[in-house]
Structures are given as C-alpha cells and as structure tokens.
Design a protein around this ligand. Structure first.
Ligand SMILES: Nc1ncnc2c1ncn2[C@@H]1O[C@H](COP(=O)(O)OP(=O)(O)OP(=O)(O)O)[C@@H](O)[C@H]1O
Ligand SMILES: [Mg+2]
Length: 222
C-alpha cells in the first residue's frame, strides 16, 4: 500500500497546524503505524519539538525547503512508510504548494474566529487551484460548546466547506506536552486531550479509507 500523505495548510499563523500535525503523527507512531514527518516550515517547529524529548525520537522527521519537499516525500516513501504528515509555514510558499500537490488529504486548521475563517476559505480556494484531493477544516483551540465555535461551523457548512466533526479544544496539556518534546497521547494518555486526539486520528483514518474506496471505484472498468 503506498503511503498516504496528509498536509496541514493555512496561510494564517498560529492556527494549530504544527500541533495538529504532530499530535496525529505521535498518535499513529504510538499505535505502531510507520509514519514520518516532513517539516516544511523554515521555523523547524516539528523537528525542534521532537528533539526536546525522547518519546518521538525514533519517528522519521526531515526538514524540507521550497525545492526539497518532493525529494523529501520520495525519500520517505522509499523507506516504506505507511503515512507521511507534512507541516507547512503560515504563509504562501513553494514548499506549501508542493505539500498541497502531493497530499491525499489536506487539513486546514483554524481557530474559531472570523479572521481565521476568512484566511481558511482563501486557503481552500488556493488548494482547489492545485489539486482535487479531499480538504477538511479542523476547528482548533476551541472552547467546548462556545457560541463562536458553533457559529463558525454553521458558516462553514453554509459555504459548503467541510469541517471535521472533531474539534481540538484549547487545553494546557498541548503546551505542557510540547515542552516535554511529546504530545498528550504519551504525556497524559488517559487525559481529555489524549481522548480528543484519538477521536481526531480515527476521523482522519476514516477519511483516508473513504478516499481510497472512491479512487478504487473511479478506476474500475464501466
Ligand atoms: N488545542 C490547543 N490547546 C492549547 N494550545 C494550543 C492548541 N493548539 C495549539 N496551541 C498553541 O497555540 C500556538 C500556535 O499553535 P501551532 O504552533 O500549532 O500553530 P501553527 O499554525 O503551526 O503556527 P505557525 O503558523 O506559527 O506555524 C502554540 O503555542 C501552541 O502550543
Ligand atoms: Mg507551525
């Protein structure tokens, strides 16, 4: 089975790309999946994150610039991974475009605010110019049951933008785990953040299966 590539993209800084990318990668790593990361953000967030602790030290992770995202993906594919996760910078760049073109699934994380929403929609339009791969919006840093999160969800649905069912709530566990070079799945495996990450990873897994079935159907003779 060829590796499935998930890219985290939005031109809005601080929306939760690196956190949602790392939490997914760490969850899959802990579940025994062969997963690798490409850090296409010049800030090097994922690579520094991993280096700050021991839990994720054996997860393949490489940095890639605008000219090396494709080569990085090919290198990881050759090493027999099941999944590749790509984190991108919070601005438009060639690296982001390469991560968009190669992705099987694109996640646009956004905080529940009208400003993030606008940029998320612009990002989705940019993605649609480059690929027909599936795109989902992920509400990040939400307060459970808040009016603004519900409002954003309704606005997305009205605009035919597809939000994931799962939200990643604002919890200190995310920052505390990052400080220890890890994620809540390792740091507080029975905690609320770890539970939320498990649901999130399951939803992503289901989206990838749905996509595979669709691709298989499209290739069947009529
Ligand atoms: N669910 C969460 N709960 C609490 N804090 C969070 C959560 N998600 C992200 N954060 C914090 O919010 C900040 C921004 O998150 P993150 O770095 O993941 O965003 P980003 O989109 O990758 O930003 P950039 O565009 O700068 O790369 C970080 O300090 C991170 O620890
Ligand atoms: Mg980041």
């Amino acid at each position: 089975m060829p590796a499935k590539i998930v890219s985290f993209v939005t031109m809005k800084g601080g929306s939760g790309k690196s956190t949602s990318a790392m939490c997914l990668g760490a969850y899959w790593h802990k579940s025994g999946k062969k997963v690798g990361l490409i850090d296409a953000d010049p800030a090097g967030t994922l690579v520094r994150w991993i280096a700050a602790g021991a839990d994720l030290a054996d997860m393949p992770a490489i940095t890639a610039g605008p000219d090396s995202v494709d080569a990085g993906i090919d290198r990881l594919l050759k090493s027999g991974l099941d999944h590749i996760i790509i984190d991108t910078p919070g601005f438009q760049s060639e690296a982001t475009d390469a991560a968009i073109r190669r992705a099987d699934l694109l996640i646009i994380p956004m905080r529940p605010s009208p400003i993030d929403y606008q940029v998320a929609i612009d990002t989705a339009e940019h993605i649609a110019d480059l690929t027909s791969a599936s795109v989902r919006f992920l509400l990040s840093q939400t307060t459970k049951g808040s009016v603004i999160a519900r409002h954003m969800r309704a606005q997305m649905e009205a605009a035919n933008a597809q939000p994931m069912e799962v939200e990643l709530s604002a919890r200190v566990a995310y920052g505390e785990a990052a400080l220890a070079g890890t994620t809540p799945s390792y740091y507080q495996p029975r905690g609320a953040a770890a539970r939320e990450i498990a649901e999130y990873a399951t939803e992503i897994g289901n989206l990838m299966v749905a996509r595979r079935k669709k691709a298989r159907k499209a290739s069947e003779p009529v």
